[in-house]
Design a binder for this molecule. Structure first.
Ligand SMILES: NC(=O)c1ccc[n+]([C@@H]2O[C@H](COP(=O)([O-])OP(=O)(O)OC[C@H]3O[C@@H](n4cnc5c(N)ncnc54)[C@H](OP(=O)(O)O)[C@@H]3O)[C@@H](O)[C@H]2O)c1
Length: 294
């Protein structure tokens, strides 16, 4: 069984990966107190003491609004974790000959591509500080030159995770409690069930693929359509769902948002086959079978 070390295993995506893949891989997941990715020596010691062939870096600073308050601050936590931390992990992996999967985001793009979702060929041009720091992270990893893959994911949601509410569980809980929700009608997004991401990462890990892959739902929706599909899937009242224009919604945010915040996973599907990633509607059906709410 392949042995893999995970950083960021307590997070939304990493914790679900561990839950779903612990029978397929021998997983070691030190917490941030045991291995702080800002401390290269700690990474190196851990990788030396624990003989895994592969590493997945889920660790990140993911609060987009808080990140914006640190704009252009290379001493801030966001830059340090997303850029310097990623570089530390990449350099340790290169020096110790470990294969690295690094998780990134559609936020490396500028959100202006309106006709079709972003492919791996599109040029990043991040528009907020979170996206910029994640893009620095990607660049550092590529420059480091070890055996690695960058996997960009988009709007992940999980059947359960106590520490952070993702968009799917947010809509579901609001609607279940008969509360009104207002969401964007003219943005395009590719919300993705984390279980699909875990399966995709498992396959990339088995094959030790390199380069860049987009891993997301196979079609796109507006957040409004997403909320309505949730209502339909769970037989809830979609009259509770109101709409707002992207421009208006964006005005309430510090960080500039991406209007076309979507990924195209065709490269992954061509290589690994169809059926691993699902459409938004299919993912919501799977979500319905697994979700735990209060
Ligand atoms: N969530 C999204 O909407 C989204 C969208 C696209 C891409 N992504 C990407 O997907 C990946 C996973 O995101 P997520 O939502 O699962 O993140 P998350 O829930 O915010 O979890 C972040 C993880 O990073 C760890 N971490 C933070 N600082 C660390 C440090 N200095 N050393 C070691 N570990 C540290 C945290 O550990 P502690 O809990 O101990 O601090 C936690 O396990 C990230 O690369 C993110 O950029 C996320």
């Amino acid at each position: 069984m392949k042995k893999v070390i995970i950083f960021g295993g307590s997070g939304l995506v990493g914790s679900r990966f561990i839950e779903l893949k612990k029978k397929s891989f021998e997983i070691l997941a030190p917490d941030a107190a045991e291995v702080d990715i800002l401390e290269k020596d700690q990474i190196k010691s851990y990788l030396t003491e624990n003989s895994a062939e592969s590493v997945i870096n889920f660790a990140a600073y993911t609060n987009v609004e808080e990140a914006e308050k640190q704009k252009d601050d290379r001493g801030g936590l966001c830059f340090k974790i997303n850029a310097v931390g990623a570089k530390n992990v990449a350099e340790a992996c290169r020096d110790l000959d470990k294969y690295l999967i690094h998780i990134s985001t559609e936020y490396v793009f500028d959100g202006t591509k309106e006709n079709s979702p972003y492919t791996e060929e599109d040029t990043p041009n991040p528009i907020n500080w979170y996206g910029k720091t994640k893009h620095f992270g990607e660049q550092f990893i590529t420059q480091t030159g070890g055996k690695s893959v960058i996997v960009r994911i988009s709007m992940p949601y999980s059947p359960f995770y106590d520490f952070k509410k993702d968009v799917a569980r947010f809509f579901l809980e609001e609607l279940k409690n008969s509360r009104e929700v207002k969401t964007i009608e003219d943005q395009r997004v590719t919300p993705t069930l984390v279980d699909d991401i875990a399966d995709a990462l498992g396959l990339l890990l088995e094959k030790s693929s390199t380069g860049i892959y987009h891993v997301s739902a196979t079609d796109s929706v507006s957040p409004l359509e997403f909320a309505k599909t949730i209502a339909e899937t769970f037989k809830l009242d979609y009259q509770l769902i109101g709409s707002v224009k992207f421009e208006e919604y964006s005005r309430s945010k510090n960080a500039q948002l991406l209007k076309y915040s979507w990924l195209n996973p065709t490269k992954f599907e061509k290589e690994f086959g169809e059926g691993i990633l699902h459409s938004v509607e299919e993912d919501l059906q799977l979500f319905k079978l697994k979700v735990k709410t209060d």
